[in-house]
Design a protein around this ligand. Sequence first.
Ligand SMILES: Cc1ncc(COP(=O)(O)O)c(C=O)c1O
Length: 450
Amino acid sequence: MKSSALSQLGQRTEAPPISWLMQLTLDHPKLISLAAGFTDNESLPVDETRELLNEILGSPKSRRSALQYGTTAGDPHLRHLTADRLWKLDAAAEKRFSAAADEVAERARNVRHARRSHPVAFSEIYAPERMLITSGSQQLLYMLTECLCDPGDIVLLEDPTYFVYLGIVQSHGFCCRGIRLEADGIDLSHLEQRLEALRRRGELKRVKMLYLVSYSQNPTGITTSFVKKVAALAMLKRFERAAGHPIYLLEDAAYRELRFAGQDVASALAAERADERVIYTGTYSKPFATGVRVGFGILPKPLLTVVLRVKANHDFGTSNLLQQLLRRALASCRYESHLTELHRRYARKAATMTRAMREHFPANVRWQEPDGGLYVWARCPKPVKTGVHSRLFQSALRHEVLYVPGEFCYAADPTRRKPNGEMRISFGGATEADIRTGIARLGATLRELL
Ligand SMILES: Cc1ncc(COP(=O)(O)O)c(C=O)c1O
């Protein structure tokens, strides 16, 4: 008889692809990695951080408290600043949306105009009391999923999605159903088909949430429109009676602040009854410094209570010193000016990457110009495969360039075969020179195969 001292979770948890990709980079020192989701190294806010730490540790008012434990929910000032910032972002985006919707309604002479959002309730929805600060938004994604799902439960998610999230799902024994993506977010008719099929089989009670990476999605770069978020929320609500419990919309906005072209989109928090069903997670990793690992979330009250209990068991609070750092960065103009610099840099790096792709990739490899985030999602023509065991991946390694095989980003969904012809290439961490060389090498590899 086989026995193990490990728990079911310990036994089930597979090695995350990210560790394997990192090991490959270590084993091949000359490798150009376009795989890692790292942010731009050169623009990390070193001077700002030094100044902020000097201020914190130089002030008799803050130096000891910053080195002391904080609270489980997080620093009240940071929560206030974060909630306020989010409110302002959503208010501005919602105003633009409503103005556009009013214009459409007016043009169609529609008296019942198309406004679906709820600006009056804004202040309650964005109350700091509904917010918590976490050790990266990854910790919050983990705790939320753990608080909502039991082994065998089903998470609905974009197909493809953020592959590290798939690790959480896999290790807990949760099941997945992928929802196809369109240029402006999930395919709503596919979501409806999925929910309907689960209802017919009496499996809706296993569905607890829909997970969306709604801004410059990792891996595809797609941003979900506000209209789709509102419609998805309404659809989930419709199926709740059959499910017998709330079905949440978990909006992961990790890349929201990295948009360098076009307009911001309002979050689902701006939709009607968002206070009951929308979970919003965000992070300061991408827009400030990945090493600081401070994330945040706004949650429906009953769920917040439970997540705070779990967080108290995890770590009873995110690093207080790092929260103080961010609080000061936000309160001064340093955060904002750093963000402006980041947008300029990422716009340039993205343009360098796509220019090199146009020059070196065969014409039948397709991608969308990114307007934010860190990634380009490239689709290869049939019969080219991009998986770990494919000739392309192995040949790319020989040419000393690394990408994320698209298959990693597809959940283990038994209702379809995993696509295997895409790659995620990142312009975040590599220098511009490495981006040019890396894409030229990848292009040469593709041309050999095609
Ligand atoms: C889509 C998405 N969500 C969440 C995270 C977690 O980021 P962090 O824990 O640094 O906030 C990442 C990190 O790459 C991500 O890509």
